[in-house]
Design a protein around this ligand. Structure first.
Ligand code: PFF
Length: 470
């Protein structure tokens, strides 16, 4: 456990760096692409309220647990279990984190690849005018090689940042990209709210209809909350292993949740008013929502001022790329750190620790994700026919990780920290060895011991007995 000695593994240099890097992991395609898609598929405002509940009572306490495990063990997601719970079967949560991290990064990069292409198209003015945007999207995603080029490009960009290390790579680029992202999103939200007919979109987001909340909707909201906050697979455990002794775990977690939720809600405020201001466009367009609906919306809404349409769409896709990158580096880091770390414990078998140079570790992760991402990407085109239970590779990766691995990981993490981790260590970590107030400690403990595990279990069981898959 943390001895207070400086770590050889690198660390975040500043408090702002900690918050922006962690918020960078949280804020991503999950907020701007997945959140509106889920809201559209699950009935609007009621889904959002259920989502808020999961953020506050489940994702936030589990995030604090992950921070705690990471800083206490100073190790990656698998190493943390080895250090804190030696010999325990709970280590499977660590390996599941590695697997889920790789799977998410693979399908995530496919959407990021579409975004790269759309940024390019919108900057070169190809997304203007009266065109069939559904067809443009379909033609692009089903092209056998073009999305793959962008996929590789995106993963190489991620690789390039990760290889630079914690402070000079992850922290530096998060500090650069996150403020830019926040400015762009505020500008876009202000614009969208002024579009003609935006009220219908706002009321869709603000008037809940609770009859729409079914077990599957609850499962989707839980999956979305965990996905959006990067919780349950040890991503934040890995980041927290780079935190310093002075970092305040609870207030950092609160800031990250706040930023992430604000960005998700603001994306809703950008997308739905825009969608509703143009008739004939469905809110439940699925993964294509921001790629089919929005170009169409940008053009119709700004038909008299095409320059604004051009600027709006260029900024929007740029926003999406920045958000995707700050998250993809965090997913990449989960496995890179696992392959790079050397044992911090004397009693751990040497052969279990890879201790690879960072460059080589990152290369392995990038390569594996390019291969798996290729399979996901092809499932929109030449491999469209290969489905299992009606879902292709891409959908399976998303389903297994968000609705299975993340909730299960969150369950194990909260049970471990709430019930098994030495009380003293938890308290020391949360109060920075007695230097911070203990006011929120009791609430945290209650949430971690009872609310979070029971919440996950109830949603799981409910879905199992009364829900329908997907
Ligand atoms: N939270 C990210 C998003 O909302 O886009 C996705 C994500 C990042 C999931 C890191 C999991 C993870 F470990």
């Amino acid at each position: 456990m943390d001895s207070g000695k400086p770590s050889h593994r690198g660390s975040f240099g500043t408090r702002l760096g900690v918050i922006l890097a962690s918020a960078g992991s949280a804020v991503g395609l999950g907020n701007i692409w997945r959140f509106p898609t889920e809201v559209g598929n699950n009935g609007g405002a009621a889904f959002i309220l259920v989502y808020f509940g999961f953020v506050l009572f489940l994702a936030l306490p589990v995030m604090v647990c992950e921070f705690l495990m990471g800083r206490s063990s100073r190790s990656n997601t698998v190493g943390a279990w080895k250090v804190l719970a030696p010999g325990s079967p709970m280590i499977v949560a660590g390996y599941m984190g590695i697997l889920a991290g790789v799977l998410i990064l693979s399908f995530y990069s496919v959407v990021a690849a579409w975004t790269l292409d759309y940024t390019f198209m919108s900057l070169t003015n190809q997304l203007t005018g009266d065109q069939d945007y559904a067809k443009i999207f379909q033609t692009f995603v089903s092209n056998p090689w073009k999305p793959l080029v962008f996929l590789a490009l995106f993963l190489l960009l991620t690789h390039w940042i990760v290889v630079r290390g914690v402070e000079r790579g992850i922290e530096r680029y998060s500090k650069l990209m996150m403020p830019l992202l926040l400015v762009i999103i505020v500008v876009l939200a202000v614009y969208a709210a002024q579009m003609p007919g935006a009220e219908a979109g706002l009321s869709y987001l603000l008037r809940p209809d609770f009859s729409k909340v079914t077990p599957s909707v609850a499962l989707s909201a839980m999956g979305q909350a965990l996905f959006s906050l990067s919780v349950g697979i040890g991503c934040l455990t890995t980041y927290a292993s780079y935190f310093r002794r002075e970092t305040r775990l609870m207030s950092s977690a609160l800031s990250v949740c706040l930023i992430d939720t604000l960005v998700a809600v603001m994306s809703g405020f950008i997308i739905f008013p825009a969608v509703f201001s143009v008739s004939g466009v469905g809110v439940d367009a699925g993964p294509g929502l921001v790629f089919i609906t929005l170009p169409y919306v940008f053009n119709s809404a700004f038909s008299t001022m095409p320059v604004l349409g051009y600027l709006f769409s260029g900024l929007f896709y740029l926003l999406l790329i920045l958000a995707a990158l700050t998250s993809s580096i965090s997913m990449h880091e989960i496995t890179t750190a696992f392959l790079t770390d050397r044992s911090v414990q004397k009693n751990v078998n040497k052969s279990e620790n890879y201790g690879l140079p960072r460059r080589r570790a990152a290369r392995i992760v990038t390569l594996v994700c390019i291969l798996l991402g290729t399979a996901c990407s092809l499932s929109f085109g030449p491999w469209k026919e290969y489905t299992l239970c009606g879902m292709g590779v891409f959908e399976w990766f998303d389903y297994v990780t968000a609705k299975f691995c993340m909730p299960l990981g969150a369950l194990m993490i909260s049970i471990f920290v709430g019930w098994y981790m030495p009380h003293r260590e938890v308290r020391d970590q949360l109060t920075n060895w007695g230097t911070l107030s203990v006011r929120l400690y009791g609430i945290f403990r209650f949430l971690a011991r009872w609310v979070a595990p029971l919440g996950v279990a109830i949603v799981f069981l409910n879905e199992l007995f009364y829900g329908t898959t997907k």
